[in-house]
Design a protein around this ligand. Structure first.
Ligand SMILES: C[S@@+](CC[C@H](N)C(=O)[O-])C[C@H]1O[C@@H](n2cnc3c(N)ncnc32)[C@H](O)[C@@H]1O
Length: 244
């Protein structure tokens, strides 16, 4: 996953979600800074499954102290090119542990749905809990089972500089979804680069996400609909703030 896509991730617009995520998360960061009297430049944020480092870049631009972590070396090559002064860790969410601690951990754009088993999601939540200071926040979004059902489609998106074909499927039996991506991205002259990639995701009931966060030690958990188009029980993407 992501090895072919990494180089073109931003060009194909996948990085745009980071901006929407930051807009959602900023009020919670501000409240945290007020409640715990941490001035902005000292607020340490780690973006987990940071991909090409777009959220790290935006956080840094907004005056926060940010760093990133991702399992994909290819995604991190781009993240480091974009953010030469920021620290990036090449680690797996399911097994990581870090010496530094953070006030806030983020995990955006359904990255947690890449964790395909409940016990691995619990291990991830425990690792996040451990990397936070006392009172720290874990802020993330996830595709819901309802959201992943919509992956059972084929669609083509044609833009000036690229054409992207998505071919997805969803298995209601085990709540697993896949998405094949084939894209043609304009390079020099009349040439296009052709790439393939495939992603797998798992949907968890909202109650399971909540239960596993509690089991990992998180105390207060707020869950809302990311796009606020529907009540949380029926939405396609949840936005979660978990307090240590
Ligand atoms: C959809 S991308 C999101 C990237 C970024 N958060 C964003 O908003 O653009 C999912 C990311 O999760 C990473 N990822 C998937 N499984 C992971 C794991 N077990 N540990 C760490 N990163 C993982 C992938 O390498 C990829 O960069």
């Amino acid at each position: 996953m992501y090895s072919s896509l990494a180089k073109y991730y931003d060009k194909l617009g996948f990085n745009e979600f980071a901006k929407a995520f930051l807009l959602k998360a900023l009020p919670f960061f501000k409240k945290y800074m007020q409640n715990h009297r941490v001035p902005k430049p000292y607020l340490k944020i780690i973006d987990l499954a940071c991909g090409t480092g777009e959220l790290c870049r935006l956080l840094n631009k907004n005056g926060f102290k940010s760093c990133g972590l991702d399992i994909s070396r290819d995604m991190l090559i781009i993240a480091r090119q974009k953010n030469p002064k920021l620290k990036f860790y090449n680690k797996d969410l399911r097994t990581f542990s870090l010496k530094p601690k953070f006030h806030i951990a983020t995990c955006s754009f359904d990255s947690l749905n890449h964790i395909m088993k409940g016990d691995e999601l619990l291990a991830t939540f425990k690792n996040v809990y451990r990397c936070l200071y006392k009172n720290g926040l874990f802020v993330f979004d996830m595709n819901t089972i309802t959201g992943l059902r919509n992956w059972s489609i084929q669609f083509v998106n044609s833009r000036k500089d690229y054409l992207i074909i998505r071919n997805g499927g969803y298995d209601d039996g085990n709540h697993k979804a896949y998405m094949f991506i084939e894209a043609f991205v304009k390079s020099k002259g009349k040439c296009y680069n052709r790439l393939y990639d495939v992603f797998y995701q798992k949907g968890y009931p909202n109650s399971t996400v909540r239960r596993l966060l509690k089991k990992a030690g998180f105390l207060k958990i707020t869950m809302s609909s990311f796009h606020q188009e529907k009540p949380v029980a029926q939405c396609g993407r949840i936005f979660v703030v978990a307090h240590k």
